[in-house]
Write a protein that binds this ligand. Sequence first.
Ligand code: SAH
Length: 217
Amino acid sequence: MEIKENFKHKGNRKKLIDLLQSKGIEDESVLEAMNRIPRHLFLNSAFEDHAYEDKAFPIAANQTISHPYTVAFQTSLLHVMPGDKILEVGTGSGYQTAVLVAMGAEVYTIERQKALVDFSRQMFQKLKIEPRYQTFGDGYKGLPTFAPFDKILVTAGTPVIPTVLLGQLIIGGIAVIPIGEINQKMFSFLRIDERRYEQMEFGDYQFVPMLENKDDL
Ligand code: SAH
């Protein structure tokens, strides 16, 4: 990966990793991947000096790059193993995608804002990050032609459980999805068999809303 960065970026990133650890993130592979990905490059340069604070920032098309803690927590809940086939809904800046790829996952990512598809594609090229598949479309539909997936990660808030997506998990697979109309609770779903999922609920979060495929797409 070719990275344009200085010692300050590196130092601040390490401090962020220490902060994430102090907030309870234990998965070494998540911390190690986040210590490698230059988050400052995924943000508008106006925010560069704050890129390694635990804050969300605006990106194009009125969307946001999630708090680093949220990225770390969602990624930890996925229990990513190298080679995992992961569907990500909401490519956004591409930062979360980059973290998953750095962990050795084969990532299939969908985004419904064209500007962000283009932006993240450029980032991947610049940083030589290779998701397995990147597309413009409606994540509510998932990617039936590539299903099933070992893991599914949704990075926008959905008002109800997206059952179509859960149906694209392998048996034994895990989906991590923030659910709620205005504020969200984090949920993980472990697929037990054809019909049953073990559901776990975690804390409160605030995500941009997951929007359906409408005219503006
Ligand atoms: N993972 C991103 C976070 C982006 S915020 C990052 O690391 O930067 C959530 C993203 O979900 C936004 O980019 C938004 O446009 C996208 N989104 C919302 N509804 C969607 C849908 N139905 N399908 C695909 N992407 C969607």
